[in-house]
Design a binder for this molecule. Structure first.
Ligand code: PLP
Length: 386
């Protein structure tokens, strides 16, 4: 059975060219980037090349980029380094932000969690009204990992700048899928992660605008301009650099490819499966994201059925699957528990094809029919319809 991977928001398959670029740094070029002999210098210059590749994409200087061990680490670094006064964030952030905020609250930091509307867009008026004398940071994700909604980042950035408040965006889902210019968008801090754009897992980066004071989060050696101690993951960083460069070589074609698959998927599902709800903003959304609630059934049941047919998808965020609680994002956009439980996230990537969409839709149609035939909720619905 062929595997069909439509869970690209969870992670992506590594690109062959990225893998090839990394290999020497796992084998013969094993030097420590802090060593002064040539083997060390080779590692150092490979890291610096990756920094140039990232800086070019984000339109910033190379000394504004530091490499981290993940997107989660970069988010933790931002919040832990600020760690004073009042922080504004949203209710639909990734756990890497929300759980860190909860942890900081226990240490006396005040946090305001902004609501979102039914499309998942942050309530900008509420955000504006939430600032206080002691507000130190606004952290709003660029695009949501579950429903794909893209936030009004430019407007939030302008607002934060006007009020002299630091603005951080968790752009883990956006980088690799859409154009991002940190200067035009007034971003002070931005998180990204290589495994979301066909790079390796376990390596991320943080953009820190020149002049932004962040005390180290991980203490130790002098790596990464004294901002992130620890011997660098050279192969991972090389992979991040190569993958971001490849992702942006033809970002508009990539965008178009994902959009055509996503729109075709929506069209087919709407045509063939009744009682559904598309979650997230219809226009301001990541091109590859399709999150749909299927009424009367559980997302887990759909996932198991799809898995038996070789299809990898998700019923919510990768980090929350395995838990039976409904997704905090779907509840925040106002879904009932029933609709939240019946959600299926399909996220397309560069390797997906139209034939794969056809296969997934065909299988879904059957799986959903079967699950509904066994569903007491569906039976009740049919009774009431009579
Ligand atoms: N932020 C968002 C929006 C994400 O989707 C993820 C991963 O799913 C993360 C942060 C965490 O990134 P990483 O997997 O690199 O720790």
């Amino acid at each position: 059975m062929n595997r069909i991977y439509v869970d690209n928001a969870a992670t992506t398959k590594i690109e062959d060219r990225v893998f090839e670029a990394m290999l020497p740094y796992l084998k013969e070029e094993y030097g420590n980037a802090s060593s002064i002999y040539s083997l060390g210098k080779n590692a150092k210059s490979a890291i610096e090349k990756a920094r140039v590749q990232v800086a070019k994409v984000l339109n910033c200087d190379t000394n504004e980029i530091i490499f981290t061990g993940s997107g989660t680490e970069a988010n933790n670094m931002v919040l832990n380094c600020v760690k004073k006064g009042h922080i504004i964030t949203s209710k639909i952030e990734h756990p890497a932000i929300l759980e860190t905020c909860k942890h900081l609250e226990k240490q006396g930091v005040k946090v305001t969690y902004i609501n979102v509307d039914e499309d998942g867009t942050v309530d900008f008026d509420e955000l504006k009204n939430s600032i206080r004398e002691d507000t130190t940071l606004i952290s709003i994700m660029f695009a949501n990992n579950e429903i794909g909604t893209i936030q009004p980042i430019k407007e939030i950035g302008e607002f934060a700048k006007k009020h002299n408040i630091l603005f951080h965006t968790d752009a883990v889902q956006a980088v690799g899928n859409i154009d991002i210019d940190v200067k035009k968008l007034n971003i002070d801090l931005l998180t990204l992660s290589a495994h979301k754009f066909n790079g390796p897992k376990g390596v991320g980066a943080l953009y820190i605008k020149k002049g932004t004071k962040l005390t180290p989060f991980i203490h130790g050696g002098h790596q990464e301009n004294n901002k992130r101690a620890g011997t660098e993951n050279v192969a991972g960083i090389v992979g991040l650099g190569a993958s971001i460069e490849l992702a942006y070589k033809d970002i508009s074609a990539h965008n178009k490819h994902l959009l055509s698959l996503r729109d075709y998927y929506f069209e087919q599902i709407k045509k063939r499966i009744p009682h559904i709800k598309i979650n997230g903003h219809l226009k301001n959304r990541l091109p590859g994201n399709a999150n749909i609630s299927f009424r009367f059934i559980e997302g887990e049941g759909i996932l198991l059925g799809l898995d038996q047919k070789g299809v990898c998808a998700s019923s919510g965020s990768a980090c929350t699957s395995g838990s039976l609680d409904p997704s905090h994002v779907l509840l925040a956009i106002g879904l009932s528990h029933e609709l939240a439980h019946g959600s299926l996230r399909v996220t397309f990537g560069k390797y997906n094809t139209k034939e794969e969409v056809d296969y997934v839709v065909n299988e879904l149609e059957m799986i959903i029919k079967n699950l509904r035939n066994m569903s007491p909720l569906y039976e009740k619905f049919l009774e009431e319809e009579k």
